[in-house]
Write a protein that binds this ligand. Structure first.
Ligand code: ADP
Ligand code: MG
Length: 265
């Protein structure tokens, strides 16, 4: 069976795209067959995995509108994952989808045609709670919320959790909210920890382990068309490898999801 994971937060710059690419590469390194899906019209995931969105003839846009088969649009990446890319055309998909019945199910239908081809599909949602994110959440079995550990990180979390609840009520009753993933984490200060404890208290949201440390390697990697896992050993890559092991253990039923409960005290 294929597990579909949506990575969502309507706030930009919280490391959604970085998480999809790095976690995808880490799952791939564990021997999983991985597809990553770019649902953001900006195409940052597509770009960061070595493909220029401006030069692509077809993308997830045509797939969502039923004009192309997902399998015909997939691209290879250097680290073994497959990519369902985005182009700026996707900005128009929102309006086009709105006129269609069952518009929240377009991605779910498209991914169903790939059943059996992948073990894990990771979906990079755009920074909004529009119809594209609803498609990501409707297609997913689980959802992960990257959260930048800074003051006011919690703004918008309530709204996102309301959307997740609505999706569960209406289009996807089995959606599993895994929790928040702390990103851009600075372990040298207590500030990051205070922010996490606050969010976790306020929303009764599990905080997943491990936190992803802030390191310049991420910026270097996305400019090079590969993820942080491709370069020299570094703590960012190690954190995503550990997260991948945590999720694989959980999905296989072998272990509980590891959470940072010591923060909540
Ligand atoms: P989003 O998709 O949520 O908008 P991105 O993944 O594009 O966020 O990340 C925003 C910026 O933060 C990018 O420039 C990325 O390289 C950088 N970044 C992401 N994670 C880290 C990290 N752990 N340490 C340092 N920089 C990071
Ligand atoms: Mg992004």
């Amino acid at each position: 069976m294929t597990t579909v994971l949506a990575v969502a937060n309507q706030k930009g710059g919280v490391a959604k795209t970085t998480t999809v690419a790095s976690l995808g590469a880490a799952l791939s390194a564990l021997g999983r067959r991985v597809l990553v899906v770019d649902l953001d019209p900006q195409g940052c995931l597509t770009f960061s995995l070595g493909h220029n969105p401006d030069r692509l003839e077809r993308s997830v846009h045509e797939v969502l509108l039923g004009e192309a088969e997902a399998k015909d649009v997939l691209l290879d990446t250097e680290e073994g994952m497959s990519l369902l890319p985005a182009t700026i055309d996707l900005a128009g998909a929102e309006a086009m989808l709105l006129m269609k019945p069952g518009r929240e199910y377009a991605l779910k239908r498209a991914l169903a045609t790939l059943e059996g081809a992948f073990d894990v599909i990771v979906v990079d949602c755009p920074p909004s709670l529009g119809v594209l994110t609803l498609n990501g959440l409707t297609a997913a079995h689980s959802v992960l919320v990257p959260l930048q550990c800074e003051t006011l990180a919690h703004r918008g979390v309530g709204q996102l959790l309301r959307t997740v609840r609505e999706v569960k009520q209406i289009t996807n009753p089995d959606l599993d909210l895994l929790g928040a993933l702390p990103t851009l984490y600075d372990s040298r200060t207590t500030h990051s920890r205070d922010v996490l404890a606050d969010v976790s208290d306020r929303y009764d949201l599990p905080v997943l382990s491990p936190p992803i440390p802030r390191t310049v390697r991420f910026a270097e990697a996305s400019a090079s068309g590969a993820t942080v896992l491709a370069g020299r050993r570094n703590k960012g890559a190690e954190a995503y490898r550990e997260l991948a092991r945590n999720l694989v253990g959980y999905w296989s039923g072998e272990s509980e999801l590891e959470v940072l409960d010591q923060l909540i005290t």
